[in-house]
Design a protein around this ligand. Structure first.
Ligand SMILES: *Cc1c(COP(=O)(O)O)cnc(C)c1O
Length: 220
């Protein structure tokens, strides 16, 4: 059985190598360890090995395991990387430190209201559907700049960055390049892009965080 801690160290060293190859400073890329489907017992050794930033794609699943882990490790940073429904916005604002999947007007409005109500302000990313795939969440690329502006001007949200999931069967490079270009036009700094199969490539295209699950925890 491959061991998650050994695989964490391997991914960390791959990230350092990709940073160096892209002439980027060491530590400029944040590793978001994607722990979806893995239980607290599988996650705990990875936290003990020093990893503090984690990603989950379902609000309810995250609620089931993270409060207890957080009680032991208060400096955990938890990212929501899956689609968010309005009826889960209250729970998401209460639990997550970063919400990466804002992709429509209604969820922007709901989050804005919830954040003020709870006086809790997670960092926010807009998800862009760079491949315009009908089954995939995310704002259309051609609407993304205007949407980020509306998040700011209409809903009073601070958008820190953009996130994308390229189509599974395509070369991801052009999608990463597109996300970076849209971020420049929208005036946002952070780029959440790259997963187990392509995070080294994403770092070459300027990713500031990579979301890596199976390369650390194993197959789901
Ligand atoms: C599951 C998931 C990941 C991690 O995928 P791996 O291929 O296991 O690294 C990254 N981003 C999102 C949005 C995911 O849902």
């Amino acid at each position: 059985m491959p061991n998650a801690v050994d695989q964490l160290f391997a991914v960390q060293s791959e990230i350092s190598k990709a940073e160096a190859e892209a002439n980027r400073s060491k530590g400029s890329v944040t590793l978001v360890a994607v722990s979806k489907t893995f239980d607290a017992d599988a996650i705990r050794p990875v936290i003990a090995a020093g990893q503090r930033v984690f990603g989950e794609n379902r609000v309810q699943e995250a609620q089931g395991k993270w409060p207890a882990l957080r009680a032991d490790f208060p400096d955990i940073e938890l990212h929501l990387i899956g689609p968010l429904q309005s009826n889960k916005a209250e729970d998401a604002v209460a639990l997550f430190d970063v919400i990466e999947t804002i992709d429509r007007e209604k969820i922007a409005a709901t989050l804005s209201t919830e954040m003020r109500k709870q006086n809790r302000f997670p960092k926010l990313f807009v998800q862009v559907n760079t491949g315009s795939e009908p089954q995939k969440a995310g704002i259309e690329p051609k609407e993304a700049v205007a949407f980020v502006k509306r998040c700011r001007d209409v809903h009073g949200l601070v958008i820190e960055g953009l996130m994308c999931i390229p189509p599974a069967d395509e070369n991801p490079g052009p999608h990463f390049a597109l996300l970076r270009k849209i971020a420049g036009a929208a005036g946002v700094e952070k780029l959440s892009m790259g997963m187990s199969g392509d995070y080294q490539i994403a770092i070459g295209f300027g990713a500031t965080s990579v979301r890596v699950g199976s390369a650390i925890f194993g197959a789901r």
